[in-house]
Design a binder for this molecule. Structure first.
Ligand code: SF4
Length: 301
């Protein structure tokens, strides 16, 4: 049996950047505590590694309690709504903004359309941290849709409308939502007796770090007998990529911890591949490879 690690897997650059910023502040010798607002990454093992270096996870409710302390609060790659910046400013707490630049750009674009009086539609998950940030940018007046049906029932097509996507959603569904809205608009124009000119823009803001990875992952999954997909269960991007791998190879198994692997998954397999989400650290996939090697007493390639 051959065991390999997907060469295109591992942290995306936005997450690498956030973790590097955290490590840089943790090691700056200032002795000032470093907190992060929510889990820095959707991976329990990486959270534990950074916790051991001193990074403490807090919630928004803890910010006021840091007033007067010399603690600093890191904003993670998903970003935050403007209300969080105001909350920290009022409490006199220093923020370190490690928002992924791709997310910052998305927020800026949403703000621009919102200020121009567009109806903002976001293809995403309402309670995902990144979407909460985007919702905050437009005073929570955007419409969040997850399916074509959501879009058809919730979007008011009498208004100029712009469609964006959470950066980690899947492109085929985004395109289906876009096409359904376009189709509905063209029907409205034909049906209407008035001379209406409806404005609709679709902005594909799915991150290239996620979408570019899908084709490579599908090819890698198809080229192996079994795929062990390692990610945190909370990772949105992990769920998308797992489904890509599973579609290409039904013998794809999702694990968060090494102990979840089962011997029967490997029955008759000669090629085993290990892959993960953009939040899965490379060292964890190496640990999984070592565990498979130890379990079957293999020669790892
Ligand atoms: S997946 Fe893309 S948008 Fe999300 S953190 Fe990574 S680089 Fe940034």
């Amino acid at each position: 049996m051959q065991v390999s690690i997907d060469p295109s897997s591992g942290f995306c650059w936005g997450v690498v950047r956030t973790v590097q910023i955290a490590e840089q502040y943790l090691a700056d010798g200032s002795g000032r505590p470093l907190y992060v607002l929510g889990n820095i990454i959707h991976n329990p093992r990486e959270i534990e590694r950074l916790r051991n270096k001193g990074l403490k996870t807090i919630t928004h409710d803890d910010i006021e309690g840091l007033a007067g302390s010399n603690g600093r609060v890191l904003i993670r790659a998903h970003g935050e709504p403007p209300a969080t910046y105001r909350q920290a400013f009022k409490a006199g707490v220093e923020l370190i903004d490690a928002t992924c630049p791709v997310v910052t750009k998305l927020q800026e674009r949403v703000r621009k359309f919102y200020n121009d009086d567009f109806q903002v539609v976001v293809f995403g998950k309402r309670d995902h941290a990144e979407v909460k940030g985007v919702r905050g940018v437009c005073n929570d007046e955007c419409i969040v849709v997850k399916t074509v049906e959501d879009a058809m029932t919730q979007v008011d097509l009498d208004r100029p409308t712009v469609l964006f996507s959470q950066t980690t959603m899947d492109r085929p569904t985004f395109l289906a939502v876009r096409d359904a809205l376009k189709q509905r608009i063209s029907e409205l124009v034909v049906d209407s007796h008035e001379n209406i000119a409806l404005e609709f823009h679709a902005k594909d803001t799915i991150c290239g770090q996620v979408s570019g990875r899908e084709d490579k992952l599908a090819a890698y999954a198809a080229d192996n007998d079994v795929i062990i997909f390692v990610a945190g269960r909370e990772s949105s991007n992990g769920k998308v990529l797992f489904n890509v791998a599973k579609d290409a190879n039904p013998r794809t198994h999702f694990i968060e911890e090494i102990g979840e692997m089962q011997d029967q998954w490997f029955d008759g397999a000669t090629k085993v591949g290990i892959s993960g989400a953009t939040s899965t650290p490379h060292w964890l996939m190496q640990d999984v490879r070592d565990a498979i090697e130890a379990r079957f007493n293999l020669q790892v390639v």
